[in-house]
Design a binder for this molecule. Structure first.
Ligand code: CUK
Ligand code: CUA
Ligand code: CA
Length: 592
């Protein structure tokens, strides 16, 4: 058995019918397929890539096509490099929770394309949503979501602009969470969030679990694939039905239900009933799809929603114009399905170019399958006729994303295959291996694999955003007075047993040489970097006090702790800032 066959065998698809010979069709005229992927020293990338970090809890910034890692943005984790989770500002957002599981990162939109303002990301582990400001590339808000578990699919409104975000709960639970409730009273939840205020607008509860999320390009619908409408609590129960659903939420009806007060309050949130029998009329549409689907993605022209089969070797194409009719009751939900092309074993996610082609990740086959959406609509269901090209990846692909593919400006240049297994592609680093993100040139008719990039556990998804969209907003320094306690003059204030130390940091000195406190005092350090020079960051570490953070130009950070150890403790700068960086030190003297 060769390696590829072995992976197929260990995949969940052992039981699925065999693969035939897949012949590329000759229908799509391509461009050349010879994009330059080498970014030479001193050159810049054409795209910003934003990667989720999985159970590292962070978000990563990569340059595409170089795949160079530019930054790790701490979000739901603790990060000693920057002091995230150590400073008062970050602790206020994290509220004591340092475990995160980021799967889906998406940008804010205006008119169907990115506006370069924010990123949003889910935390599946502790059921939170975070917002990252793209001007500083720092997390600026974290919202706890009650009444849910398995916070998974997240998607911002695409049109006319991002006012709402939707978040799908993958695990059904009792709402409110009463352990005495039988499993028939466990619900999946679609949460609507106000993206600017980072507040919950409402939640819709329904029997189905909700997995991946998407919004349309008209501001009318959000959606979810559901693999467990069975309300199963075991894997066999979750696989019981012969079909599951693509679920569509009608925003006009959500607004109407809110206006009419058709909700109950649960843990401070407006909860709307979306269940099959008693749900608010016309709010939820359930389109049957082959059992246990995964993923839902919208074509860049806004016309079609595509959900992948996962345990079925097809993708299901839903025409969103027919969805309008189905909501009006003129056609049945299943009549919204216009195509169901065969793609391969274990299809999970789909992305797009600007020429009407879709690219689906096939987990079990370890392939990317390029197929033509129009051709699929014109072909019989379950046929292979729409397939244009197939490329092997290495190995076990999950998400897939092409440049700008989640916008109406999809440009059909680069595609990222986010593979779960790298097996022998990199130096052996012990039992826990890196993953493999592969860069594929999709500008031609044939896909071309050009690069392997190791990824630490475990990015699920990414977006690839044109550089001009992001770059115009990114700043070199903070706005000093955005922080209410910005320090322009150093000094010490004592309020009873609370000592507040305000300190400037200017290369190569802190604003105070000695800070004297008494053992047992509560101490707050507020540190402002008063150097506005680009790239001149200072660190602030107190020896043996387990405190370290970094302050960027014009940034202010603070930390509060108890001075519980007497002695002399050197405060030193951890970030090389000056020829006299090593001398950038002050004494923290704790008197017994
Ligand atoms: S899920 Cu990970 S491969 Cu969480 Cu987006 Cu499909
Ligand atoms: Cu300041 Cu090093
Ligand atoms: Ca199922």
């Amino acid at each position: 058995m060769n390696r590829r066959d072995f992976f197929k065998f260990v995949g969940i698809g052992g039981a699925i019918a065999g693969v035939g010979a897949l012949m590329p069709s000759q229908t799509v005229a391509g461009r050349k397929g010879d994009l330059r992927y080498e970014v030479k020293p001193g050159e810049l990338d054409d795209y910003y890539g934003f990667w989720s970090g999985g159970h590292s809890g962070e978000v990563r910034v990569l340059g595409v096509p170089s795949m160079r890692i530019l930054k790790r943005i701490p979000v739901f984790n603790m990060d000693v490099a920057t002091g995230w989770g150590i400073t008062n500002e970050s602790k206020k957002l994290l509220r004591g929770k340092f475990v995160g599981d980021t799967h889906h990162v998406h940008g804010s939109y205006r008119n169907g394309t990115y506006d370069g303002k924010y990123l949003f990301v889910n935390d599946k582990a502790n059921n939170r949503v975070a917002r990252i400001r793209l001007d500083y590339m720092e997390t600026d808000a974290i919202l706890d979501i009650p009444n849910i578990q398995g916070a998974h699919g997240l998607f911002p409104q695409r049109y006319p602009k991002t006012e709402w975000l939707v978040l799908n709960a993958e695990f059904q639970i009792p709402v409110p969470n009463d352990p005495k409730k039988p499993k028939e009273k466990y619900y999946g939840v679609h949460t609507i969030i106000d993206a600017e205020r980072m507040e919950i607008v409402c939640q819709i509860i329904l029997e189905e679990n909700l997995d991946l999320a998407a919004t349309d390009y008209k501001g009318k619908y959000s959606m979810a694939n559901s693999y467990n409408p069975e309300q199963g609590v075991t894997i066999s129960e979750m696989l019981a039905w012969d079909h599951d659903y693509l679920i569509i939420f009608n925003w006009e009806k959500i607004r109407e239900a809110l206006r009419k007060g058709a909700y109950t309050m649960v843990n401070g949130v407006k909860v709307i009933d979306g269940t099959r029998k008693t749900g608010y009329p016309g709010l939820v549409l359930r389109i049957p799809v082959p059992k246990n689907p995964h993923g839902v993605n919208i074509t860049p022209d806004g016309r079609y929603a595509i959900s992948s089969g996962k345990v079925d070797p097809t993708c299901t194409v839903v025409d969103l114009e027919l969805v309008d009719k189905a909501f009006e009751g003129k056609i049945k939900p299943e009549e919204c399905i216009v195509a169901q092309p065969y793609v391969g074993l274990g299809p999970l996610h789909t992305t797009f170019d600007d020429r009407g082609n879709a690219y689906t990740s096939c987990f079990i086959d370890s392939t990317v399958v390029k197929w033509n959406v129009k051709k699929a609509i014109d072909s019989p269901k379950r046929s292979k006729d729409a397939i244009v090209d197939i490329i092997d990846i290495h190995y076990q692909i999950g998400h897939i994303m092409a440049s700008m593919a989640e916008t109406k400006e999809a440009d059909g240049k680069w595609l990222i295959a986010l593979n779960k297994v790298s097996k022998d592609r990199f130096l052996n680093v012990g039992p826990l291996k890196v993953e493999n993100d592969q860069l594929i040139d999709i500008s031609g008719k044939k896909m071309k694999l050009v690069k392997d990039e190791p990824a630490w556990l475990e990015p699920h998804d990414c977006i690839v955003v044109r550089r001009d969209i992001v770059e115009k907003n990114v700043k070199h320094r903070h706005d000093m007075f955005e922080h209410p306690q910005a320090v322009t003059e150093s000094g010490i204030v004592r309020k009873g047993r609370h000592v507040i130390v305000k300190m400037t940091a200017n290369a190569p000195v802190y604003g105070l040489q000695d800070i004297r406190v008494k053992k047992g005092d509560k101490v707050t350090f507020i540190v402002t970097n008063n150097d506005e020079i680009q790239d001149l960051a200072h660190g602030f570490c107190i020896s043996n006090y387990n405190i370290n953070f970094v302050v960027a130009p014009f940034q202010t950070k603070s930390v509060t702790f108890t001075a519980d150890k007497p002695g002399v403790f050197w405060i030193y700068c951890t970030n090389f800032c000056h020829a006299l960086h090593l001398e950038m030190r002050s004494r923290f003297i704790v008197e017994a």
